[in-house]
Design a protein around this ligand. Structure first.
Ligand code: NZQ
Ligand code: ZN
Length: 389
């Protein structure tokens, strides 16, 4: 096992109808900004419940944070925060709203060029202060509710950031607030959580048994409850398990002390930025092909994955690995998420644009070994493009 620090200060408030407890978690004299997306929280009544939970506090609202949130949109919220001397942020929405809120929390306290905060990748943002924030989750997927990272769109790219000051102070996970999600977003969330686990697990062995068994438990849970919760969106138990699986997939616990490989995410971000493919969909396209082409580097963990997640024990090592990859692809497809790039209207010649974007964004040494070149990414995308003949 590798050395690690594990720190996660986010309080999780899990369960139905608990938004009344907001009152006890935010200072009584706080000036609160509630941030949300394109309007789903108004239609579903979630915003009203949040406002009721905030009681007599001074509350401002900022709506219109779009999926894959844009820097320019968020800077309008930063201006409002500064103008109104807001001192607590409350994100009500999915990953885009939560990530956007984290960015606002840091940018509002930063005195330099706020866009520069997006240029530090997986190294911490150089900020000394950020506003405290909480979240009310309406879409189980990203894990943003219990981690300190986010992804912001700017100048045609998607820029990841991280900073320990940006852990939410609390996150409300009420599975019933997610019942209104369209099936496409539920399926995207299942795939996103699955791939978060995969990128912290399918690397090379580190003899990290708790992390491995926990990762396998989350993957098996997603395989079990994914179809159930899609078929019965208002089955509380199935949805509750999806919500906690998604949070557990990216709150740092399974990733402590193990090698990680975020290549699928980095390639997927370019697909979203260039072609508008949803985050979850982009991952479903990349992961199976990436595994197929990186069998040499990931062989041992792919075999472990085949046996412990899919119960595949027959055949040669290569047959077992290929079977596990096919089962993964078939699982994503069974949720209604297409796994071929051509299925999203992308043309073969546009693969060049993706490779150029990866290069422009410095994504030239990806993977757990740092040995994945733009040319390797091209091969992954070519493999992912169309059905094999
Ligand atoms: O904007 P509204 O009207 O709220 O509609 C949203 C949006 O259109 C809708 N929605 C959310 N909750 C709903 C609902 N519709 C009906 N009922 C509800 N209860 O869903 C749509 C998608 O929302 P979005 O927040 O964009 O989706 P998601 O949660 O998948 O977040 C994706 C973003 O998170 C980033 C992605 O890159 C992407 O920008 N990620 C953040 C991570 C993190 N912070 O750790 C890790 C992830 O890998 C990911 O990269
Ligand atoms: Zn993701």
């Amino acid at each position: 096992m590798q050395d690690f620090d594990f720190y996660n200060p986010t309080r999780i408030v899990f369960g139905k109808e608990r938004l009344g407890e907001l009152d006890s978690l935010i200072p009584a004299d706080a000036r609160v900004l509630v941030l949300f997306g394109g309007g789903s929280v108004k239609r579903t009544g979630t915003l009203d419940k949040v406002l009721a939970g905030l009681g007599e506090r001074t509350v401002f609202q900022f709506g219109g944070i779009e999926p894959n949130p844009h820097f320019e949109t968020l800077m309008k919220a930063v201006a409002l925060v500064r103008e109104e001397k807001i001192d607590f942020l409350l994100a009500v929405g999915g990953g885009s709203v939560m990530d956007g809120t984290k960015f606002v929390a840091a940018a509002a306290c930063f005195e330099g060029d706020e866009a520069s905060l997006l240029r530090h990748g997986f190294a911490s943002m150089p900020v000394e202060r950020a506003l405290p924030l909480g979240t009310v989750v309406t879409l189980p997927a990203t894990g943003s509710e219990m981690n300190c990272g986010g992804v912001i769109s700017h100048e045609g790219g998607k820029w990841p950031f991280t900073c320990p000051l940006l852990y939410p102070a609390f996150s409300f996970l009420d599975p019933t607030l997610t019942y209104s999600l369209p099936p496409r977003q539920v399926a995207n969330g299942i795939v996103d959580a699955f791939v978060h686990v995969a990128e912290q697990y399918v690397t090379y062995p580190a003899n990290a048994r708790v992390q491995d068994r926990s990762a396998e438990g989350i993957l098996r849970t997603l395989i079990e409850i994914g179809p159930e919760t899609l078929a019965k969106p208002e089955d509380y138990e199935a949805r509750a398990n999806l919500v906690w699986a998604a949070t557990s997939a990216l709150n740092g616990y399974i990733g402590a002390g193990v090698p990680q490989d975020w290549s699928t995410h980095m390639i997927g971000h370019e697909l979203t930025a260039l072609f508008g493919i949803d985050h979850g969909q982009s991952l479903a396209v990349v992961l199976p092909s990436l595994w197929h082409l990186r069998k040499a580097q990931k062989g041992e963990k792919l075999l472990q994955y085949a046996e412990r997640v899919w119960d595949i024990t027959d055949g040669t090592a290569d047959e077992r690995i290929e079977k596990a990859i096919s089962r993964t692809r078939a699982f994503f497809e069974s949720l209604g998420v297409k796994t071929r790039l051509s299925g999203y209207g992308v043309k073969a010649e546009q693969i060049d644009d993706v490779v150029a974007a990866l290069q422009a964004h410095g994504m030239v040494a990806l993977s757990e070994h740092g040995d994945m070149t733009p040319d390797d990414c091209r091969q992954v995308l070519e493999d992912a493009f169309a059905e094999p003949k």
